[in-house]
Design a protein around this ligand. Structure first.
Ligand code: RB5
Length: 147
């Protein structure tokens, strides 16, 4: 994996899970900036999905990881930020394809549905796979033009 900066955001669904993910990414050489939330106090996932989305768009070359119970709500929130393509993935193949075909720049994980073991495989796939371009370029360009 090449060195990259990753913004991490989550709600209250799995603080220990999030910590493990952060430690894992750092062990792989990534710089990780955790934008919260930081405990198990109930918070609203849109706040953290948006934060990560804005950070990724504002810092070229960075990517994001967003985590909530299902990964769904926080991925939807990140996707509302123009320039973000967030993919909520449950296995490594989906993660790989989200990079190859969709050029996803944010990965969503569901702390209550995806084991840490699988999450680590998903992270490996997501961060080591490049966008294929070609016919996918036109489609991704269209995605990014949707307001
Ligand atoms: C919070 O309980 C839960 O709704 C949230 O983590 C997420 O799963 C929403 O999509």
């Amino acid at each position: 994996m090449s060195i990259q900066k990753i913004f991490l955001g989550n709600d209250h669904a799995g603080p220990k899970y999030v910590q493990e993910i952060k430690t894992y990414l750092e062990s792989k050489g990534f710089e990780v900036e955790h934008l919260g939330s930081f405990g198990d106090e109930s918070v609203d996932y849109p706040d953290f999905g948006e934060k990560v989305g804005r950070a990724v768009v504002g810092n070229e070359g960075t990517k994001g990881v967003v985590i909530c119970g299902t990964g769904i709500g926080i991925s939807i929130a990140a996707n509302k930020v123009r320039g973000i393509i967030a993919a909520n993935c449950r296995d490594e193949q989906m993660a790989e394809l989200s990079r190859q075909h969709n050029n996803a720049n944010v990965l969503g994980l569901g702390a209550r549905f995806v084991s840490l073991e699988t999450a680590k495989k998903i992270l490996d796939a997501f961060f080591s796979t490049d966008f294929e371009g070609g016919r996918h370029e036109r489609r991704v360009d269209k995605l990014l033009k949707i307001i």
